[in-house]
Design a protein around this ligand. Structure first.
Ligand SMILES: [Zn+2]
Ligand SMILES: [Zn+2]
Length: 211
């Protein structure tokens, strides 16, 4: 019995979408389905998984612009981000056009998420932490049992998310990372939205914004 994760980089931004699944129930979740929907669904089918939900960390196009197409192909729940990112989801047709992405319609998730919510992949529980700063509605997903944090664009290996886009706030980002993320165990693995995995311990020691 175990929780599995496969990282599938999508879009020209190489955004780390994660396929998470419970090998007992074969229930699965996709995080941050920014695009390349056929590639993501082919992997779900190849592994014979039951896709239960899409979890979204925040409203930026490289994290959400595949949701519109994916939900047309499969009936699945869309959970997150926090409602404070609704302006990004509303702007999707314009933003995807501006960046040369396949056109995405706006959508409203099945449920907005809040700090303290709990989500499940089969028997594995992930806690939702609200970490505003990169965007005001950014959430991350933490599974204590497997010491795994799906961090979106809050925190990367030895750097942090940019805060110069509309709604960004550098002081908020630093404060929320310190208060809610750096308090997790040092050996917690972090999957950032882009680039290599890291750990809480590594970031405490080497992240110039945090140490
Ligand atoms: Zn972002
Ligand atoms: Zn991103």
């Amino acid at each position: 019995m175990a929780l599995h994760m496969k990282i599938i980089p999508v879009t020209s931004f190489l955004q780390n979408s994660a396929l998470l699944w419970d090998d007992e129930s074969h229930e699965a979740v996709l995080t941050d389905t920014g695009g390349e929907v056929n590639l993501l669904l082919a992997e779900v089918d190849r592994l014979q998984l039951k896709l239960r939900a899409i979890w979204l960390t925040h409203g930026h196009l490289d994290h959400v612009s595949g949701v519109d197409e994916l939900t047309k192909q499969r009936q699945t729940l869309v959970l997150g981000p926090h409602q404070n990112d609704s302006y990004w989801l509303e702007a999707l047709p314009e933003v995807t056009t501006n960046y040369g992405f396949p056109l995405s319609q706006s959508f409203t998730p099945s449920r907005w998420l809040q700090d303290g919510d709990e989500l499940k992949v089969g028997q594995y529980v992930f806690q939702v932490l609200h970490i505003p700063g990169h965007t005001p509605g950014h959430v991350v997903f933490y599974n204590k049992e497997n010491k795994l944090l799906i961090a979106g664009d809050v925190l990367f290996r030895e750097t942090i998310g940019r805060t110069d886009l509309p709604g960004g706030n550098h002081a908020d980002l630093i404060e929320n990372i310190r208060r809610k993320i750096l308090v997790l165990p040092d050996d917690t693995r972090i999957l950032p939205g882009h680039g290599a995995m890291t750990t809480i311990g590594h970031e405490k020691q080497y992240n110039p914004f945090l140490c």
